[in-house]
Ligand binder design. Structure first.
Ligand code: GLC
Length: 740
């Protein structure tokens, strides 16, 4: 680590303080010259016209006028150097010439799309996740974008909720680590750099806990649960310097997040000292009327600005109501000034005042339109996100000289579907995405044959293609089935009550299985699905999510063994929808079901085994990993000591491969009940066949802390179990005592 002299560091510190001070001063000067309407204008964000749903969409001429009169601070869904430049030019015609910020949902890539976020989480590869966001920022910033509405850091334990596809699953520790990696990737070396874009911690807060997994629905939970499970990724994001937050559509304990003073002002801005700004989610300010929390737009706007929502996405209430509310004395101007200040600071930090067109550079855009290096990374990242669920007969990896392979199922020749939900649509998508058929074709030897039959549609009861599919299967040596749920059946407003393969896909699978041909089942989905029959009857299953622009090559790399799959499930997979919510880090209850078959007078269903179909952290490999020599530096610790945990992992199989070694703890007794296990560490290691390695973890009392019923955050002396292993079920356990 390079050493710097104290005077040099003080000089740098002084320069950065003076630079910051000058931004604060510039903002103060700007504020002093702005009219109330111009201030309100900075709090307005409109969508590009093809997506606009607010009152302005019917008359985009009106929007253009408002931009020219300084009444629009930001736009979203406008991409492209020329497109953003055109709108920016209008903004600079205004009296104050304040540039707009252009935001976009850059959720899992931009021109190069990567696996959907839940698939990325299955890689447990923080470096690749960070790198994917770095690439996304490079591409998006070349297309005029300087703000992404990501990462979505909502913890979610309910796969009926379609938006699990854009998060990191059910675990707070994993979700926090991934959220931080994403923010680092997006913001890079800091705002002001030409390829750094503002990140957004969303959706604040607890959006993933909506009742019944129904999107936009209510959230009601103890503050203890809120702080223990759902807030940590947001708190960490704020501490890491995320530029913005976005509030969520749901009400939390009876108060809509959009006007929830407790989370927005008391926690985020006062306690966590968040310096960025909060944007409302799409129209959520206006939705408070439907919530029954505001009787009209005026009350909605008043409650939202007072609670701490700074920018109004697409409800146009701030422009319409804030000047009036201030003049009527219902809203103190200081709340408006604070919101405007927060936004203007970011515009200065981005460098937009120095050069409003810095991100609208056609030359840069051209360079990032089809970046082959990015695609190569996307192919690798896709393969790393695949989870091998079964390989009972070692059918995988397939030989590239397999004589005849049949690809059967509705997704085999799909292109745009491979991007999954929340990808930025481009006109040339269908031409530049690698389909599963093409990916597999690329791998097979030239004298092999690849057959294809769609077999059925993704989501209807049409069986007319079954016969052709069966005939195709009979001609093949191996059948690769590509089934699951349609790519647009997960994502926003895509809650499902039934998580089985959609349409008649499962019936098709059963018909193909009757041919007796060896089957590789590839499941495409944006969430954990329920596929009990397949899981019990098909010996070879890979979970391929939606893998992005290079999808076909990624999945073929896994199927033919160029890549040995190492993904691990970031969410628990239920046996049926009736088990939901089901998650690994649950409390023990007073009547825990010992075995999964326990039924009587324990916390279990009388009609179903208690354990999930596949547990959190589960994923197989083409090789075998053996854990041994699990030992602790002590089984009796006191105070602020460090516990060192060692375990040896050996690759005893025939393939080189990656393994995610997982560390869990259990606090056996507490002033509140504690989860039966909690992820507290993981290390992804690569071992050549025959190689072994000692893996070390460290724990301190900081890792043992939790929120008690008075919201006190601390650790307690007592007995703990320390567990290491390959998933949340298959663990080796040792007991320790840790005194205060
Ligand atoms: C949507 C989503 C949010 C997204 C925003 C802009 O409704 O809830 O995640 O960033 O609107 O598209």
């Amino acid at each position: 680590m390079k050493k710097y002299s104290l005077s040099f560091l003080l000089l740098i510190f002084g320069i950065s303080i003076s630079a910051q001070k000058s931004i604060d001063q510039k903002v103060t000067e700007l504020l002093s010259k702005m009219t109330l309407e111009e201030k309100a204008g900075q709090l307005v964000q409109y969508s590009g016209f093809e997506y606009a749903t607010g009152p302005q969409n019917s008359n985009s001429k009106k929007v253009l006028e408002e931009i020219k009169s300084g009444k629009v601070g930001s736009m979203l869904n406008v991409t492209g150097a020329e497109e953003t430049k055109a709108f920016q030019k209008l903004a600079l015609e205004s009296r104050m010439k304040i540039p707009m910020i252009f935001g976009q949902d850059v959720i899992h890539g931009f021109r190069t799309t990567f696996p959907i976020n839940l698939g990325q989480a299955a890689s447990w590869d923080l470096e690749m996740i960070e790198k994917s966001e770095r690439i996304a920022a490079i591409e998006a910033s070349a297309y005029g974008i300087q703000w992404t509405f990501a990462p979505m850091v909502d913890i979610a334990r309910d796969p009926r909720w379609g938006r699990v596809m854009e998060g990191s699953g059910e675990d707070t520790y994993l979700g926090t680590k991934i959220g931080l990696a994403r923010i680092k990737g997006f913001q890079g070396k800091g705002l002001g750099n030409i390829d750094a874009i503002m990140a957004t911690a969303k959706h604040f807060a607890a959006y993933g806990a909506a009742v019944g997994g129904r999107d936009y629905n209510s959230v009601d939970m103890s503050l203890r649960q809120l702080h223990e499970t759902y807030l940590p990724p947001f708190k960490a994001a704020s501490e890491a310097g995320v530029a913005t937050f976005m509030n969520s559509f749901n009400d939390i304990n009876g108060v809509p997040a959009t006007a929830n003073k407790y989370i927005l002002r008391d926690l985020l801005k006062d306690q966590w000292k968040f310096q960025g700004f909060v944007v409302s989610d799409w129209g959520s300010i206006g939705e408070m009327i439907k919530h029954g929390y505001a009787k009209d737009n005026a009350e909605a706007g008043e409650k939202a600005i007072l609670a701490g929502s700074d920018m109004d996405m697409e409800s146009n209430i701030y422009m319409e109501q804030l000047p009036k509310l201030v003049k009527e004395g219902k809203v103190d101007i200081k709340f408006v000034d604070d919101a405007v200040r927060r936004i203007l600071i970011k515009k200065f930090e981005l460098g937009l005042f120095d050069d409003p067109y810095k991100f609208s550079n056609s030359e840069r855009q051209k360079q990032q339109t089809n970046n082959l290096e990015h695609r190569k990374f996307g192919r690798e990242f896709g393969a790393k996100s695949v989870v091998l669920l079964k390989n009972e007969k070692k059918l995988l990896p397939l030989s590239k000289s397999t004589k005849t392979v049949a690809l059967i199922g509705p997704f085999g020749k799909e292109a745009v579907a491979m991007h999954g939900f929340w990808s930025v649509p481009f006109k040339d998508d269908a031409q530049r995405i690698v389909t599963q058929f093409d990916g597999i074709k690329n791998q097979l030897d030239k004298n092999s044959t690849l057959l294809y039959a769609k077999g059925c549609n993704e989501n209807d009861d049409n069986k007319s293609m079954f016969a052709e599919a069966i005939e195709t299967a009979k001609k093949a040596d191996v059948v690769i089935m590509t089934l699951g749920e349609g790519h647009a059946m997960s994502g926003e407003a895509k809650s499902r009550s039934n998580l089985h393969f959609s349409g008649v896909q499962e019936e098709l699978l059963k018909e193909i299985a009757k041919t007796g041909k060896p089957i590789v089942l590839m499941i495409n989905a944006g969430r954990p699905l329920v596929f009990d029959w397949a899981a019990d009857n098909i010996p070879t299953i890979v979970y391929s999510w939606w893998l992005g622009t290079e999808a076909g090559n990624s999945i073929a790399d896994v199927i033919f063994g160029n890549v040995n799959p190492g993904g691990k499930l970031p969410m628990t997979f239920p046996r049926t929808e009736g088990q939901i919510p089901i998650y690994y880090n649950h409390y023990n209850t007073g009547r825990p079901a010992g075995k999964s078959t326990d039924r009587n007078y324990v916390s279990a269903y009388i009609d179903l085994d208690n354990d999930p179909k596949f547990p959190f952290g589960f994923g197989l490999s083409y090789t075998d990993f053996k854990y041994s020599n699990f030992n602790l530096s002590s089984d009796n610790l006191k105070g602020n000591q460090t516990l060192t945990i060692n375990v040896n992992v050996a690759n005893t199989g025939k393939f080189d491969g990656e393994e995610v070694v997982q560390l869990y703890i259990r606090d056996l007794f507490g002033k509140v009940v504690r989860p039966i296990k909690e992820l507290k560490g993981f290390q992804k290691i690569f071992l050549k066949k025959g190689e072994n390695r000692n893996v070390t973890f460290k724990l301190t009392p900081e890792d043992l802390k939790f929120y008690d019923d008075t919201l006190n955050y601390d650790w307690e002396a007592g007995e703990f179990e320390i567990m290491v292993g390959t998933n949340s079920n298959d663990l080796m356990t040792k007991k320790i005592v840790w005194e205060k």
